[in-house]
Structure formats: C-alpha cells, structure tokens
Design a binder for this molecule. Structure first.
Ligand SMILES: [Zn+2]
Length: 594
C-alpha cells in the first residue's frame, strides 16, 4: 500500500490517495484504506470542525463541533451529498484545513482525538463492509481527497477554485461561453408541458436573449403515466404531448436561433418501465432486492447508457444534457454477473458513471453536461471533474439560493454552480411564491432574484410568456450583463464572501455580500454583489475591501445601468450603498481611474 499525493500551488492544495498493487497472488482489499491520514498537534480546546448537512431542498446547513472528542462524518446513502456534504473545515489554532472527498458514492471524514495533544484526520471511501478483489498485478486506487491549508476560509476557497480551474474542472469551450438556460420544469412539470407550450416559451427565451431551451422530464412515457415509474424507457417519446417527435422539436428550437437541451435520468429505472423485462441484466440488485437503477459497474450497462444518451444527442444535436439521479443506491449492487464483486458494487457504479460521463464529453464536445441529483444530492469534487455544471438544489427562493451559493462556493469555482432564479412552481412549496403574472411584482424585487442567480451558472424556470413586458426587459438586461460582465468576472476572478452564511427560515446573515477580484484583462477589476434579505435592518454594513487606499474608482451599477465615481477610504474600503431595502440587490463593477 502506497500513500500518494500531488501538490499544487506550492503546497496550498494537496491531493491525497492510496494505491494498492497486488503481487503474483490475488489480493482482497477490505475495507478500503483512507485516502488521507494526517496527525495534527491539537491540544484540547484548540481545534474545531465545521461541516454541512444536506437533504432535499435543505442543502448546505452548517454544523460545528469542538474536537475535544472524536467526530465521524459518514455518508452511506450511496449519493455523496444526500445527507451530509463531503466537505469539512478543520481549524487547529490559527491554521485552517479544508477537506474535500472527491467521490460521488459513500465516504467518510473521521477526526479522532488520540490524546490530549493530538488528533488524526482520516478521509476517503465510506462503508465498513467494502471489499474489492484485486487480480494479480492489478492496482486499486482510492478516490482522491483534497486538502487546502490556509490562514483563513477565504484563502482556502480561493486556492481551491484556482487549482480546480487549472487541474480538475478546466472549462470546456461549451461552458466557457456561459450559456443562459431556460428550463420549463417548475411551472409546467410533466403535466402542463407539451410541444406548443415548450415552443412558445423557447420563442420568448430567444427574444429575451437566452441561449438554450432545455426540455425536462415529461417528454417520454405514455399519456397519463407518471414519469418516475417509466424511467428507463428513454426510447418512448410521449407522442400525445410531442407529436412531432424530439428531433423535429429540436430543429424548430434551433431555427429560432437558440440551442436545444434535454433532461435524462439514464441511471434510473421506474417500477413500470418496460426496460425491466427487456434488459433484466442491467438492473442493480442487492441480495436479490431491486435497487431501482441501472448498475454502471456492468460494462454492458455502460454501453447501453451511452447508446441511449448518444442516440438523443445525435438525433436532437443536443447543446445541453441534464443528467439527473433521483434515488439513494445505499451500499449498491451485489450481483455476481456484473463484473464487480459482492461488496464493491457502488464503487463500481460510481467508477462506471465517471467513465460514461467522460465518454459523453469526448464524443459530444458541443453538448454541455449538467449533473443533477434531486437537486444537489450528488455534488462533490469527484463528479465535478466529469461534468460542466452542477445543479445546486431544486428550490431556489432567494434566502435558500444565497445560503447554498455562500457555502458551495467555499469549495467549488462559483461558475460551476447552477441554480435558477426563484423558480415559478406549479406545485406547492411555501417559499416558492414567484409568479410571472403577479401584479405586485416590482423591478427591484425581480432584479434581486436575477442577481442572485447570476452569481453562479444562470438559468430560469419561469413562465416566460406570462412575464409583463417590463419584466422581460429586466430578464434580457440580466442575461446580457451576465454574459458580458458578471460571468467572465466570476470565472476569472477570486470570489470572497463579505458576510456570514445566510440560513433558511430567517436565520444567519441578512446582509449578504460577495466581492470578486479579477485579474487584469477581465471585463472589470472587481465585481461586487450585495443583497438585503427579508429581516435586514439598519444601515448596510457591507463594504468592498483590499482596494488601493484612497484610489478613485469608477462604479458601474449593472442593474440600474448607471455609472459614478467613488473613492476608497484610507483602509482600502468602499462601503456598499447604505440605502438598500430588503429584497433588493446591488450588483456593480469597480475599476480604478488612472
Ligand atoms: Zn451490479
């Protein structure tokens, strides 16, 4: 067993893994060794651990514990971020270590207190029952665990984003264009969507300057059927709703001058899918019990999944593929006829998934690949290396969207984080109250929502056709500002949080701010974003910092479209506008006047 590592940025970021090579005899690895084992001097009272709980619509809820006792974070749901996010921040004295397990299945981060003076950090694959049989001469490699060491959380976040962009998440041209998406899922779901509805929304999307229209679940199956029960039958287009078929629909969208995208859950198999009878060899099962998904540990299943996706990608010339996964595979498949072992089925599935994603990206360079899993329940440093964007959460009301972005951008380059603009829900959700035809909707409130979504990858799931003309103009203005200024600044720059994490239900920060410092050659030198959530009182405490003391600055307000000059104070700070009302945003660039 060999402990391996790769160092980036003079040691600020290190990737750790372990390799086991079998000799002339087969070897069994059980359980998997930790990818990272690190002893740290940490006298009692000097160390703490932060992490984030997850759940559907409840991603990135912070937790904290002192490390006077041991703490074990573990996910056995089979999806990396279904219950906890595979990230932690360890503080020992003045030093901070950010830990990221780059794996989309089961994982563990253990901090064991060894004695009054020392702790041991271990991180890697979870599941104590894991066993993997190595053939003679073969090598087993554990998933990487990334460690960033810094003086503070912002420096760690910046180091992770910089190294990530260069080495793990380098943007493909299709993502570097920062396309803005319209996806009609929330206002129509699979009930009110059909060809005419989709086309009228796509026409409006094109008119407002969006780039791609993505058709979500509901395009397949039979009339009246529940999409979840029919997952797997990806060749059965619902001909009642989509009589022209998908290739013709895609061609019509392209004729408008925008791209066409499609949702698929290629791993999922519904209870009533015909696939069950047609290809029983593909299905994952554990001790004979059906697990409801296609086991990608099986090479035949990988081939099948590639053919399914490639068939649609070619026929529709897809520019966007949203790959969803809506179930917890738990410990995974134990079938003996899939080419994997009885106790490493989930590991084989995740490994096979990465192989499938890589093959799709190679075969379809013009198709943007989005990972989604009931929102953000399988989003980690592993899958992010094999896709272009990660969908952050199903709900996206302002407080929740800011909370998720605040935390996720501690570990990911923000341009990978796709979250829509306060979606218009057909179904019930107490916080998703946006209505395109709401007579009380005001420009400032709409800009507030748009500006939140513009911080990461930008999309809308609203009834565009119902937006009043002034609101359509705001959306068009936002899409333009996003592509020209905001997205290039975010993708090139260093993002810092200027406030604590806002939390759901009125908790946490109410004044929420971000600053992006952009290298020379970008659209601006700094991007500033400030938000007053409901409950924000008093004067706006947010300020840009790290500016040249006394510098004269040109301030471009990207929402208002106005420009003024300002001066940094002697400490290199520039206060945000003091008069921001709740549910209002300020989004601006700063450039020194020379
Ligand atoms: Zn299997």
């Amino acid at each position: 067993m060999v402990a391996c590592s790769r160092t980036f940025d003079d040691g600020a970021v290190v990737e750790h893994w372990v390799e086991v090579r079998a000799g002339e005899e087969p070897e069994r690895i059980a359980p998997a060794p930790a990818s990272l084992t690190l002893r740290l001097a940490a006298p009692l009272g000097s160390a703490s651990l932060e992490w984030w709980r997850s759940g559907w619509g409840e991603e990135w809820e912070p937790e904290r514990a002192d490390l006077d006792a041991s703490v074990r974070l573990e996910s056995l749901a089979g999806r990396s971020s279904a219950r906890l996010h595979p990230f932690a921040v360890l503080r020992v004295g003045d030093e901070l270590l950010a830990v990221a397990v780059a794996w989309s299945g089961n994982w563990a981060i253990d901090v064991e207190r060894l004695d009054d003076d020392e702790i041991e950090l271990r991180a890697g694959l979870g599941d104590a029952g894991f066993a993997h049989d190595l053939a003679p001469g073969a090598t087993f490699r554990t998933p990487p665990v990334v460690l960033a060491r810094a003086d503070d959380a912002e420096a760690a976040a910046i180091a992770l984003a910089r190294v990530g962009r260069r080495h793990w998440f380098a943007p493909r041209p299709v993502a570097a264009r920062h396309p803005v998406e319209w996806n009609p899922w929330w206002p129509y779901e699979d009930v009110d969507i059909d060809e005419a509805t989709f086309m009228s929304g796509a026409e409006e999307a094109q008119r407002l300057g969006l780039d791609v229209a993505v058709l979500d679940a509901g395009w397949f199956g039979v009339p009246g059927g529940d999409w979840q029960e029919l997952r797997g039958d990806w060749d059965r287009v619902n001909a009642v709703r989509f009589p022209s078929g998908l290739p013709a629909l895609a061609a019509s969208v392209r004729e408008l001058g925008i791209g066409f995208g499609l949702w698929l859950e290629v791993e999922g198999v519904g209870a009533r899918a015909a696939l069950r009878a047609r290809r029983p060899d593909l299905l994952a099962a554990r001790q004979g019990d059906d697990l409801g998904y296609v086991c990608l540990g099986n090479p035949a299943a990988r081939e099948w999944a590639f053919d399914v996706v490639a068939g649609h990608a070619r026929a529709c010339r897809l520019e966007w593929l949203k790959l969803d996964f809506n179930l917890n595979p738990g410990l995974g498949c134990s079938r003996a006829d899939h080419g994997h072992g009885e106790h490493d089925g989930l590991w084989a599935h995740v490994t096979g998934l990465y192989e499938l994603l890589d093959r799709l990206r190679t075969e379809f360079p013009a198709m943007l690949l989005e990972a989604c899993s009931s929102g953000g329940l399988r989003w980690d440093h592993g899958i992010a290396r094999h896709v272009d964007l990660g969908f952050q959460s199903d709900p996206d009301w302002p407080e929740h969207a800011l909370s998720v972005f605040w935390a996720a951008s501690r570990f990911f380059p923000p341009e990978l984080l796709l979250h829509w603009c306060d979606s218009e829900w057909r179904g019930e959700h107490p916080q998703q109250r946006f209505r395109a035809d709401d007579p009380a909707l005001e420009p400032g409130a709409l800009d507030f929502r748009l500006a939140i979504a513009m911080l990461g990858a930008f999309g809308l799931s609203q009834r565009l056709v119902d937006l009043p003309s002034w609101a359509g103009e705001r959306v068009a203005h936002a899409a333009h500002a996003y592509r020209d200024t905001v997205a290039p600044c975010v993708a090139q720059g260093d993002l810092r949080r200027l406030s604590g994490q806002p939390l759901r239900s009125g908790r946490g920060a109410r004044w929420v701010g971000f600053q992006v410092d952009v290298p020379e050659g970008g659209p601006a030198r700094h991007l500033l974003a400030g938000f007053a959530l409901p409950g924000a009182t008093g004067s706006n405490p947010l300020a840009a910092h790290g500016l040249e003391p006394g510098a004269r600055l040109r301030v471009r307000d990207l929402l208002a479209g106005t420009e003024r000059t300002a001066q940094a104070d002697d400490a290199g700070r520039l206060p945000f506008p003091s008069d921001l009302e709740p549910e209002r945003a300020w989004l601006a660039t700063l450039d020194p006047i020379t």
